[in-house]
Design a protein around this ligand. Structure first.
Ligand SMILES: CC(=O)CC(=O)C(=O)O
Ligand SMILES: [Mg+2]
Length: 214
């Protein structure tokens, strides 16, 4: 697997992890999870560079969440943490775009986050990153700027649950298939976006992307 088009075409699922960084859980007033919090986005949420992030109709608080994405390379079901990296095909940078006003409302009412997290254009992604370029996914700088100003700056070493733990955990419940994308949660610094904002985000100097909000 060497091209983004492959993971988009093959990918059947976008599995996301919530509250995987203590500081992000704290900034939204959420408790620290004792096990991974998983949710799904539809693959219709994907966009790639050159496409615009659209503020969904009626949303008044669109937020950015920059995340390390793990692209599954080999079908995996009920695998152990120790063998998890064998199933990784590569990586990607992903943005878990979130309608925060809708998510807050859903949380208050005990409703699912489907609309708040899964609307069209809610999953901008980078090109596929070869596995060898990230020998240790649990120690990668991750950053995001809006109009040139740094908003998120973290490192995956601060994740509560490691990449291996997340893959193993998710595989106990979902069969992971080649091309599936696992978004591993966002560090602190999420903030509101406005029409015309330009987002730049990256993993250290391994990869960077740019998207405009329209
Ligand atoms: C509170 C959230 O939106 C959870 C989430 O997606 C995260 O990355 O953390
Ligand atoms: Mg997220």
């Amino acid at each position: 697997m060497s091209k983004l088009s492959q993971f988009r075409e093959l990918g059947k699922k976008i599995i996301c992890v919530g509250r995987n960084y203590r500081e992000h859980a704290a900034e939204l007033g959420n408790p620290i999870p004792s096990k991974p919090i998983l949710f799904l986005k539809p693959t219709s949420a994907y966009i790639t560079e050159g496409q615009m992030i659209k503020i969904p109709l009626g949303c008044s608080d669109l937020n950015h969440e920059v995340e390390l994405g793990v692209v599954i390379g080999i079908r995996a079901s009920k695998i152990k943490q120790e063998e998890a990296m064998k199933y990784v095909g590569g990586f990607a940078l992903g943005l878990d775009m979130t309608a925060r006003d809708w998510q807050s409302e859903a949380k208050k009412n005990g409703h699912p986050w489907c609309l708040a997290k899964g609307f069209d254009t809610s999953c901008p992604v980078s090109a596929f990153i070869d596995k060898e370029k990230i020998p240790n996914p649990n120690n990668v700088d991750i950053w995001l700027k809006v109009n040139g100003e740094t908003r998120q700056s973290g490192n995956t070493k601060d994740m509560i649950f490691s990449v291996e733990h997340l893959i193993s955990y998710a595989s106990q419940y979902f069969t992971l298939e080649p091309g599936d994308l696992l978004l591993t949660g966002t560090p602190s610094g999420v903030s509101k976006l406005n029409l015309g904002d330009v987002i730049q985000a990256g993993l250290g100097n391994i990869i960077s992307v740019q998207f405009t909000v329209s």
